[in-house]
Write a protein that binds this ligand. Structure first.
Ligand SMILES: [Zn+2]
Length: 131
């Protein structure tokens, strides 16, 4: 089956632009070295070892906007639950490989999310020792 996640949705592009404006540079749609190559990260901030995901409200069952379609309800329930289980497993795998996983909802304000990420990046970048 083809993957259901699209690369570069509008909310993701908005967040990427907001990160870029804050001087942050990143890789897009990659699997970090040493992790499952089939689990791709939306936005990877390599230096700070942050794996950032922009989760769609429908596919990732957002508590505010996630809804089961009325038709084929049971099929969708299983399907969408599988996505949540997979997300959790991805989080565990990335954390085990030393990555900080940050998940942002597609409904989140991109500038607020970018501020949060920028603060995390700053806190995780190792400063050179003072002379
Ligand atoms: Zn939502």
């Amino acid at each position: 089956m083809r993957r259901t996640r699209r690369v570069g949705t509008a909310p993701e592009l908005a967040l990427r632009r907001a990160l870029h404006r804050r001087g942050l540079r990143y890789l897009v749609d990659v699997a970090p070295p040493g992790t499952n190559r089939r689990r791709r990260v939306d936005v990877l901030l390599r230096g700070a070892r942050i794996a950032l995901f922009v989760d769609g409200c429908f596919w990732h069952s957002c508590p505010e906007h996630g809804q089961l379609p009325k038709a084929n309800r049971e099929w969708w329930r299983v399907k969408l639950h599988g996505v949540v289980v997979r997300d959790k497993d991805t989080n565990v795998q990335l954390a085990a490989a030393g990555w900080l996983v940050v998940r942002v909802w597609e409904h989140d304000d991109p500038d607020e999310a970018a501020d949060r990420v920028a603060a995390l990046v700053a806190s995780r970048l190792v400063r050179p020792p003072q002379a």
